[in-house]
Design a binder for this molecule. Structure first.
Ligand SMILES: Nc1ncnc2c1ncn2[C@@H]1O[C@H](COP(=O)(O)OP(=O)(O)OP(=O)(O)O)[C@@H](O)[C@H]1O
Length: 266
């Protein structure tokens, strides 16, 4: 439903994600406890936390790949299920092999395969969809190149394009900024922010550093020690809140327009 106010259009959509008292156990070990949060449609949320905290696990929960040990999960108004085309997912990736002969556009096209349209997808429509996604991530200029020869940032654009092919309402991006220098991190952040704005898609992006994302993020989820918090960056990334979450003294320092977390692995 849309309510048109005098200044801006207000959309009252159902939340993209609702977690109620969710706990996750893997291999008999507690990974996340009592996680409750609501993420609204169109929000740009960054998931932060140290190695092994459970950030990828949270994405896998939303994808229906793992079941909660307790609590309830709603994604786009439904229980999580595998193969949900309304969710676009770009997994954590390492650099693709130099020998990989697959062309960039063919890698993106894989986002259309293996689902109910399968090989019956008409080739003109298929090409148009792939081209549109390549354009949105500014990757048309290297569409014909073998993916193994592309830089980390270029490969990352392709993975985002691939995740867009099903016209998702929710985009889950697992560490799209890892292994990129600051300039390329900023480029990927701009691409994702523009996609999110143009498509009004909800974004959950896993990262280790909030700084390149500060200009675009609405809220952050911070996971550590099996516990989690959600809020605006300046509500969550504070010495007091992070010391409480980690259970040890943590200092948050603001310098040179950047945020540094000192005293804990982030
Ligand atoms: N299938 C599994 N069985 C048992 N333990 C698992 C399984 N999958 C993940 N884990 C453990 O769950 C914890 C959380 O893993 P996860 O990959 O979610 O962490 P993360 O926050 O994404 O870390 P990173 O920043 O290093 O990618 C880790 O300790 C991991 O070893």
């Amino acid at each position: 439903m849309e309510l048109r106010g005098s200044k801006k259009t207000v959309t009252t959509q159902e939340p993209a994600i609702v977690l109620d008292n969710v706990s996750i156990e893997l291999g008999g070990r507690s990974i996340l406890r009592d996680m409750s949060m609501t993420i609204n449609a169109g929000e740009f949320v960054v998931v932060l936390g140290p190695n092994g905290a459970g950030k990828s696990t949270l994405l896998k929960l939303l994808l229906g790949l793992i079941k909660p040990a307790g609590g309830t999960v709603r994604v786009l108004g439904q229980q999580p299920r595998t193969g949900n085309r309304a969710i676009g997912y770009a997994p954590q990736h390492r650099t693709l092999e130099v020998e990989l002969a697959l062309r960039a556009r063919d890698l993106v096209g894989l986002g259309l395969d293996g689902h109910r349209w399968g090989i019956g997808w008409p080739s003109k429509q298929r090409d148009a969809k792939v081209n549109q996604a390549l354009k949105e991530v500014d990757a048309l200029r290297f569409a014909e190149a073998p993916v193994g020869q592309l830089s980390g940032g270029e490969q990352q654009r392709l993975l985002i394009a691939q995740a867009l092919l099903s016209d998702p309402q929710l985009l889950l991006l697992d560490e799209p900024l890892s292994n990129l220098d600051i300039a390329h991190q900023q480029e990927i952040v701009s691409v994702v922010a523009e996609v999110s704005r143009a498509r009004n898609v909800t974004v959950l992006l896993v990262a280790h550093d909030i700084n390149p994302l500060l200009p675009v993020v609405d809220r952050v989820i911070y996971i550590a020690n099996g516990q989690s918090m959600i809020g605006k960056p300046d509500e969550v990334i504070t010495s007091e809140q992070l010391s409480r979450l980690y259970g040890v003294p943590v200092e948050v320092v603001h310098a040179l327009d950047r945020i540094f977390v000192v005293g804990a692995e982030i």
